[in-house]
Design a protein around this ligand. Structure first.
Ligand code: HEC
Ligand code: HEC
Ligand code: HEC
Ligand code: HEC
Length: 505
């Protein structure tokens, strides 16, 4: 028998190779298990740079970076043309997009027309507080300069310091790797609400609370303080209005009791409240929240890679990962569950549109009544309805997914909002008639252009100023941050200079 030694040799070399590879990967996994168990310390001085965590936690880092894939930008002012009317005189009437991946959080804050076009470190329009839910540089600066100093001054003060988007150090201790919250405002709010602090919460609740550092309702509380040199200063401190419970009514009462107003409405002169994104609060009222399911269960599902199991850090829409996000608990088919979610969305949309139309008309009818000579006294009751109704509408929809997280509460709030708007409009019909006007029809707000014109948004001017800022000061910020060693642009700013903005479309 003639043996083909070449084939034999090749075959055994291949077998040895495969065995070596297997042994290698077993060793590698073993090394990884040990590394995970011993929790390496990420040096404090560099913990704000997520790439510094990568060498210990390659899988979490790799999946975290993939939040970049959710890059689609949705201009909500185009989608819902009532919005510029509802927010006339407030930043959101200028520019407002649906959320996308955490990779973009910081850049979107820099890009939005709401943060304006500062020319140096003292110009606004926004306060420093606007950086708070965008970056692991925020706790770094709070710990370095003191919380009140961080909350003092204009947004541009920290442009060259706050340069890394939401990362590992926002949710993990650099020493133990455990879940942590690094911003004091959350624990203050939990205590005010009579709830356990983060440290005293269950592990499952911590898997919610790391998200509640940012996905909550808040306002900037004006706080007078004196610095080390005895200089009197005013800080704008991120504060969660949880003193009367984590509900829309509780927060509204808190603001009313304080006599707090976010802005005076440009069209109707109503003293308005702007809801931010009470995602955590609403989630807790829904069935998943009540049954103890946590944000991470759906948004950071466990993933198996060989013998290593880890949490997928690509925070995104869980409908993209239903096999891992939903199926561990549900028996229905994916398509059936998806259908149920879509149905919830459509039910919300109907009430959402009704409430916005009625609120927008109420603002415009108030303006008409003022034009006809109605006094503030005559309009007080209608304006109170508008304030309260718009607060409830905004609370229901500002954290986009509440229709799924908490469908009943979302629909309840939209129904109450619509009722308040209707009440205001009934009163306005009478006031207008008293001043000699019947059958008044509000002007058309069926597209973004008309609405922004009615709201008096000088769009071209804002865009030109923003583009100049982006070509000058913004570029300077990253250069300085790189020089200071706080930014590794090569690793963490890839594609961001070209990231899409809504205003240039
Ligand atoms: C440091 C603040 C911060 C923390 C902590 C945080 N988020 Fe976010 N999140 C944001 C911001 C800001 C955005 C919007 C980013 C954008 O549109 O540029 C966002 C967007 C999202 C999105 C939309 C992603 C997409 O692809 O559309 C999801 C989902 C999300 N967050 C879930 C979570 C969950 C779950 C947690 C907790 C495990 C969490 N976030 C923790 C600030 C935060
Ligand atoms: C928005 C908050 C958030 C951010 C940002 C974040 N993590 Fe996590 N991480 C979590 C949560 C929640 C868990 C689940 C923890 C648990 O249940 O014990 C987790 C788990 C982990 C674990 C434990 C093993 C596992 O996979 O479950 C490691 C290690 C880890 N993260 C590393 C990182 C690294 C590295 C980064 C940055 C690249 C990062 N995390 C960014 C929230 C976050
Ligand atoms: C039971 C699963 C589940 C849990 C638990 C959960 N979510 Fe979600 N979340 C979803 C689904 C599904 C969507 C997408 C709904 C849709 O189609 O718009 C979503 C959407 C989101 C979005 C918006 C994404 C976007 O681009 O519009 C954010 C932000 C978010 N969730 C944050 C959270 C936070 C914070 C928590 C915890 C307080 C949480 N979620 C808990 C399932 C869940
Ligand atoms: C950790 C377990 C768990 C996970 C993960 C989970 N669910 Fe659920 N879900 C529940 C429980 C518990 C209920 C309450 C109903 C019950 O007890 O039978 C529920 C109820 C629901 C309902 C009906 C309640 C309502 O609001 O009308 C829908 C729809 C639903 N889940 C969709 C999803 C989707 C979509 C996902 C993935 C994005 C998901 N769930 C992930 C446990 C889970």
């Amino acid at each position: 028998m003639k043996v083909n030694y070449k084939i034999l040799l090749a075959g055994s070399t291949l077998a040895i190779g495969v065995m070596a590879l297997l042994a290698g990967s077993v060793q590698e996994r073993e090394a990884e298990r040990i590394a995970l168990a011993t929790s390496p310390i990420v040096p404090e001085a560099v913990q704000h740079k997520s790439e510094e965590w990568a060498k210990y936690y390659p899988r979490q880092y790799g999946s975290w970076k993939n939040t970049k894939e959710s890059s689609q930008l949705t201009d909500m002012l185009k989608e819902k043309s009532q919005l510029p009317i509802l927010w006339a005189g407030y930043g959101f009437a200028k520019d407002y997009n649906a959320p996308r991946g955490h990779y973009y959080a910081l850049q979107d804050n820099v890009n939005t027309l709401r943060t304006g076009a500062p020319t140096d470190d003292k110009t606004g329009p926004m306060p420093t507080a606007c950086w708070t839910c965008k970056s692991p540089d925020v706790p770094r600066i709070q710990e370095r300069d003191g919380e009140l100093e961080y909350f003092t001054g204009k947004w541009a003060k920290y442009g060259n310091e706050i340069v890394n988007s939401i990362g590992c150090a926002n949710c993990h201790s650099n020493e133990t790797g455990e879940l942590t919250v690094r911003v004091p405002h959350l624990n203050r709010a939990l205590v005010a609400a009579g709830l356990p602090s983060f440290e005293d919460s269950t592990h499952q609740e911590k898997r919610n609370l790391v998200c509640a550092q940012c996905h909550t309702e808040y306002y900037f509380k004006k706080t007078e303080w004196t610095d080390k040199e005895g200089k009197k200063k005013v800080a704008k401190v991120v504060t969660l209005p949880w003193h009367n419970g984590l509900t829309a009514e509780g927060a509204e009462k808190y603001y009313d009791d304080q006599g707090f107003t976010d802005w005076i409405h440009k069209i109707s002169k109503t003293k308005m409240l702007k809801t931010q994104h009470p995602g955590y609060e609403l989630f807790k009222t829904g069935i998943h929240g009540q049954k103890g399911v946590s944000c991470a269960d759906c948004h950071m599902p466990y993933t198996q890679e060989g013998s290593v199991k880890y949490s997928d850090h690509q925070l995104q829409n869980p409908l993209n990962t239903m096999d891992r996000s939903c199926m561990p608990c549900h028996r229905e088919s994916e398509s059936k569950l998806k259908g149920i979610v879509l149905q919830k969305y459509k039910r919300k949309e109907q009430l959402h549109e009704l409430a916005m139309d009625n609120l927008a008309k109420a603002h415009l009818e108030t303006a008409k009544a003022m034009e006809m000579g109605a006094t503030d006294e005559e309009l007080a009751s209608a304006r109170a309805d508008i304030r309260s109704g718009q607060w409830k509408w905004d609370y229901a929809v500002a954290s986009h997914p509440a229709f799924f997280h908490a469908p009943e509460e979302t629909l309840r709030l939209l129904a109450v909002a619509n009722e308040s708007a209707q009440q205001a409009r009934l009163k306005l019909v009478t006031i207008l008639a008293k001043h000699g006007l019947v059958n008044y029809a509000a002007p058309d707000f069926s597209n973004k252009k008309n609405s922004q014109a009615l709201a008096g948004v000088p769009l071209e001017k804002l865009v030109a100023a923003k583009e100049k800022f982006k070509a000058t000061l913004e570029k300077e910020w990253y250069k300085q941050a790189e020089a200071n060693g706080n930014l590794n642009a090569e690793k963490s700013r890839k594609g961001l200079d070209e990231a899409e903005t809504a205003y240039s479309k």
